[in-house]
Write a protein that binds this ligand. Structure first.
Ligand code: FAD
Ligand code: DLZ
Ligand code: SF4
Length: 507
């Protein structure tokens, strides 16, 4: 019996379920760079380079371990351009009894794979992806019968399951969540860790040439390219994060500073999501730093919550709600995504900074994604599907299972409140509190209306009024609507006129 094991670009883990159950001496691995995956949205050049280089390095590691591998490069002769086409070609090259694949992380690919058994007349074994902490069944059971699917309660179950930061049956320190300690603005004289950077080796250089040649019209700067592309390098990034940034991760998690792209964030998501780092192992290393007394509890808990809480939870929501989730548009927003999301050419400094670093690094941290680019798109009434496709294309860590709930749900309120209990809508005041952007912006954050006023201020009220029918029943927005109702009528008209003029200027 010989199996064909298909390993996808985000399955670059030695402990992958399909590898654990296979036999080096008779099974054959297929890995393939395919046009369809690189272009179903036009991914950032750096993201494609990261994946192709990491795939090639991983294939070499497996070959060194004695596996037989068919590795198909993008520019190989006869590359069909799709997973299905490459499986078909592999079946014709080799004598294969069954196809084995660890479940694809994206719905689109899973639907494709499910058809192969019939199409190829072979058994297709789809194995669970046990790099995730919760199984699909566990999430479904947790969700069953609940009126609200709040992350916090799911997270507590994941703490119990993993035993991370547990003191017997109780949470370490007596509280499950230390977020209230994690909202400090940063100052520009603080020590900032510099990300670990790697020189492209020969494999990466070949990939960089390929990406420049084939994907020149995709968004983003390809070089300088310094991502980790192997497990060893990704582990160095983790080591440095634990050493230099983790102790301050909690305190400044929501802060933004001009010219500081990374602050105390880990930069680990691209590596965790493609399999170069294991999420549970990362959390154990973080917990160990707390146990050594090097890192405070608010940072440790805050970090672990992002991974075993948010990351697992958004995956659960994705698989629970797809395929209809991607079509949701609760607020019926239908404006176009402004062009400046692709060019960064806007006078709004907060947006310019977030978009410029997205173009340069394929990275922006969570609050930039949520409260700057996400908040603006929602306030401006942009179609959430367009917003989703932008996020999926521009970030090195973006895969639909994690990006879609974060974008359409958390940041755009497109799901009507499955992920968040209210829209993350904020005026310029929030950005001013959490950043130093407003000091040097051509707009005045203190001005509420008029040509020089921060656009977020009028858009905030315009958004609430535009969507009043849908949002006024939300108990968390009652106070906001009462404030509006008490406001002087002239002031209200000025807000709406300012927003209208600004939105017109966008189109
Ligand atoms: P850190 O701030 O260091 O956080 C540590 C880790 O926690 C991350 O590496 C990540 O694995 C995990 N994490 C943190 N927040 C989340 C979250 N909300 N959902 C899932 N995991 C989380 N994350 C992605 O991995 N891929 C995406 O495509 C993605 N799209 C997003 C789109 C929007 C609109 C928003 C608001 C958030 C999105 N996130 C996404 C979540 C988050 O912004 C990124 O995980 C984080 O910025 C990655 O940078 P980091 O590794 O430095 O994270
Ligand atoms: C994101 C991506 C890209 C750009 N290219 C490839 C590829 O050529 N081959 C591959 O196996 N995977 C790629 N990926 C990752 C896949 O899109 C991802 O594995 C699926 O969407 C399932 O999550
Ligand atoms: Fe952004 Fe408004 Fe501040 Fe300018 S003033 S940086 S537009 S929040």
């Amino acid at each position: 019996m010989s199996n064909l094991i298909l390993i996808l670009g985000d399955q670059l883990s030695h402990n992958l379920s399909s590898l654990k159950t296979s036999d080096k001496s008779q099974d054959r691995i297929l890995m393939c760079e395919v046009w369809d995956e690189a272009t179903y949205v036009k991914h950032h050049k750096k993201k494609i380079a990261l994946l192709f280089s990491a795939m090639r390095h991983f294939a070499d590691e497996l070959r060194d371990e004695g596996w037989q591998i068919d590795y198909i490069k993008l520019d190989d002769d006869k590359n069909s351009g799709s997973f299905k086409g490459e499986v078909e070609r592999a079946l014709s090259r080799n004598t294969i009894d069954n196809i084995v694949v660890t479940e694809p992380a994206e719905y689109r690919v899973m639907e494709d794979v499910k058809k192969w058994s019939k199409e190829f007349d072979k058994t297709v074994e789809i194995l669970p992806d046990d790099r995730f902490i919760a199984t699909h069944k566990e999430f479904e059971n947790w969700a069953e019968g609940r009126k609200q699917l709040r992350m916090e309660y799911f997270y507590r179950d994941m703490r119990r399951k993993t035993n991370l930061l547990m003191d017997g049956d109780e949470p370490e320190g007596g509280k499950w969540n230390y977020d209230s300690e994690n909202r400090k603005p940063a100052k520009d004289d603080m020590f900032m860790p510099k990300p670990v950077q790697f020189e492209p080796d020969e494999i990466t250089q070949e990939v960089l040439k390929l990406v420049e040649d084939k994907f020149a019209d995709h968004f983003g700067d390809l070089e300088p390219f310094w991502f980790a592309v192997t497990h060893e390098q990704a582990t160095e990034v983790l080591d440095y994060f634990l050493e230099a940034a983790l102790p301050s991760f909690g305190d400044y998690q929501d802060a933004m500073l001009t010219g500081q792209k990374f602050l105390y964030h880990s930069l680990l998501s691209p590596y965790i999501n493609c399999g170069l780092l294991d999420p549970l192992e990362v959390c154990k290393r973080v917990e160990a730093e707390y146990k050594k007394g090097r890192v405070p509890l608010n940072a440790t808990e805050g970090f672990i919550r992002q991974i075993i809480g948010w990351r697992e939870y958004v995956r659960g929501i994705y698989w629970l709600k797809m395929p209809e989730y991607v079509k949701r548009n609760f607020l019926e927003a239908d404006n176009k995504l402004p062009d400046f999301y692709w060019t960064g050419e806007t006078d709004m400094l907060c947006l310019r900074e977030a978009i410029a670093q997205t173009k340069e690094e394929a990275y922006a941290h969570h609050i930039q994604r949520l409260m700057v680019t996400g908040n603006f798109a929602m306030l401006a009434g942009v179609d959430p599907h367009e917003v989703h496709e932008w996020y999926l294309a521009v970030y090195a860590d973006a895969y639909e299972w994690v990006e879609l709930p974060n974008t359409l749900g958390m940041s755009q309120f497109g799901d009507g409140g499955i992920l968040g209990s209210k829209p993350y809508a904020a005026s310029g005041n929030y950005i001013n509190k959490m950043s130093d952007y407003c000091k040097n912006c051509r707009y005045d954050v203190k001005k509420k209306t008029g040509e020089d006023a921060c656009p977020f201020n009028a858009l905030y009220w315009d958004f609430l009024i535009r969507n009043e029918d849908k949002l006024k029943g939300n108990p968390r927005l009652g106070q906001v609507y009462r404030t509006w109702n008490k406001m002087d009528e002239t002031k209200r008209d000025e807000y709406l006129a300012s927003a209208k003029a600004f939105l017109a200027s966008l189109s």
